[in-house]
Design a protein around this ligand. Structure first.
Ligand SMILES: *[C@@H]1O[C@H](CO)[C@@H](O)[C@H](O)[C@H]1NC(C)=O
Length: 155
């Protein structure tokens, strides 16, 4: 999903530059949360690029499970050493809908979703379809990271 990430990152940069040009000051997001799904890292794990990821067991982010079949933490069965372990090695997997609740201020937000399709114990990578909604907005609908990567000819 590198291409989509780059597109989203490029969009973010574009809007940031617009903001700089108009306001002549660097945009500092009031809320800056990088969530590492499926990770139990309670502190921050710095990765190249400077972003500090926090595992989704962190108390600032609430998780609401909407079914009695709970989500599980998973670690990819294998991963190329060229792929960053954070945030790509771990995942939260569920067959039911669940919700993350982020404490944020009012106003516009940039949302960036990172994907790396991998094989997890007991889950068929080719059947990983999911949707992402924020409030009434649908960000992804029946999305497959592995099909998208396959289509793009990327890992
Ligand atoms: C999601 O997409 C796959 C592949 O195109 C399709 O087989 C499946 O029925 C779709 N699921 C939903 C809920 O739309």
């Amino acid at each position: 999903m590198r291409d989509l990430s780059i597109i989203i990152a490029t969009l973010s940069l574009f809007f940031s530059l617009q903001h700089v040009a108009i306001c002549a000051q660097i945009y500092t997001p009031p809320d800056n949360i990088a969530l590492d799904c499926g990770s139990s890292t309670s502190g921050n794990s710095a990765v190249p690029g400077g972003r500090k990821w926090t595992g989704d067991k962190d108390s600032k982010v609430a998780l609401i499970e909407e079914s009695s079949s709970k989500s599980v933490f998973a670690t990819a069965l294998s991963q190329s050493s060229s792929i960053l372990r954070v945030p790509y090695l771990t995942a939260r997997i569920s067959i039911s809908q669940f919700t993350y609740v982020f404490p944020v201020t009012a106003g516009q937000k940039f949302i960036r979703l990172h994907f790396y399709p991998a094989q997890y114990q007991g889950f068929d990578r080719s059947k990983n379809f999911f949707s992402v909604k924020v409030g009434s907005y649908s960000l992804l609908n029946n999305f497959s990271a592995s099909l998208t990567a396959q289509y793009l000819g990327e890992a």
